[in-house]
Design a protein around this ligand. Structure first.
Ligand SMILES: C[S@@+](CC[C@H](N)C(=O)[O-])C[C@H]1O[C@@H](n2cnc3c(N)ncnc32)[C@H](O)[C@@H]1O
Length: 293
């Protein structure tokens, strides 16, 4: 009875509401829902901040859960500037310098979607300080297809001339990352078909080559996320592999957009992965792999 009355009143109110106000109200409720979800994740992390199986950095720090903390352990790290253009916030640069300190040398490091190499630069800078990375290289994949509609604007204020639409920008990546060339193994391959990359070969990864750290910055759709998961997850190591999703927090977009599927994707993996970090003022979230179900 109460529910019927509630439904009747809300329906009446909504019918009387101007469209613009209803849209505004819808967006406010969505923001509230996102904040409630964040708050619940923060509470859960505060209640049990330790990982079930401990992971330590090369200098003895323990990896703990940290969800949108204003005093997160990476926020004190200095991230020296570089001239490489790119799409990272300051806390994302700090985070890459931080998370790479937990690399233990039990598997490979993979980066998907470096663009011109800004993320690659900070990941490698972090790895170079970690003795477990000595004599190793990070595997880097991108289709290197220039998509002027959303890439061009990131060159503003630089002296770099943009490639033609759909041309390869791998030469630009090579030029920008010259200083760290010896630490990376770069391949022009695709994860899934996407806007101009149809003719390129798909990434193949041998299941026997285990992966300890994977950093993904190449899209938000279910298709691309399922794409890298299918290629790489058979090589993940239970309770060890760290999955850094640069764009994860894009699902918080208000109003909603249909291609921001990062949370749907990670929710679908359920107990296979556990959220351990959500970086504030950033898009990054990191998951610990627990095993295929
Ligand atoms: C947002 S940008 C990466 C920004 C970069 N990490 C930085 O630090 O500035 C996304 C990158 O993913 C690549 N990409 C997108 N979809 C892809 C796909 N299906 N296969 C391979 N690469 C892809 C793009 O070419 C682009 O370089």
């Amino acid at each position: 009875m109460k529910r019927r009355l509630y439904n009747w009143i809300t329906q009446r109110l909504m019918n009387a509401c101007p469209t613009s106000l209803l849209n505004k109200g819808h967006d406010e409720l969505l923001r509230l829902r996102i904040r409630a979800q964040e708050n619940l994740r923060q509470r859960q992390a505060r209640q049990s901040p330790s990982l079930t199986q401990s992971i330590n950095s090369h200098d003895g720090q323990r990896l703990t859960l940290s969800i949108l903390q204003k005093d997160a352990p990476w926020l004190g790290i200095s991230a020296p500037p570089t001239t490489i253009p790119g799409m990272l916030t300051t806390s994302e640069k700090q985070y890459y310098l931080y998370i790479t300190q937990f690399y233990q040398g039990v598997g490979s490091v993979v980066e998907l979607g470096p663009w011109l190499g800004l993320s690659t630069h900070y990941i490698v800078e972090g790895l170079r300080k970690n003795p477990h990375f000595s004599n190793r290289k990070m595997s880097v994949f991108d289709d290197f297809v220039w998509r002027a509609s959303w890439m061009q604007k990131w060159l503003e204020g630089t002296a770099i001339s943009a490639p033609a639409n759909y041309e390869s920008f791998q030469p630009l990546f090579t030029q920008q990352t010259q200083a760290i060339a010896e630490y990376v193994d770069v391949k022009r391959k695709k994860i899934t078909d996407y806007d101009g990359n149809q003719a390129l070969p798909k990434i193949a990864w041998p299941q026997t080559e285990k992966i300890e750290l994977i950093i993904i910055d190449c899209g938000r759709s279910l298709a691309v996320n399922e794409g890298w998961w299918d290629i790489f997850s058979p090589s993940f190591i239970a309770h060890k592999t760290l999955i850094v999703m640069q764009d994860w927090q894009n699902h918080k977009c208000v109003p909603e957009v249909f291609w921001e599927n990062t949370k749907i994707f990670t929710d679908s993996k359920q107990s296979q992965i556990e959220l351990i970090h959500e970086v504030s003022d950033a898009g990054i979230a990191t998951f610990l792999f627990h095993g295929q179900q």
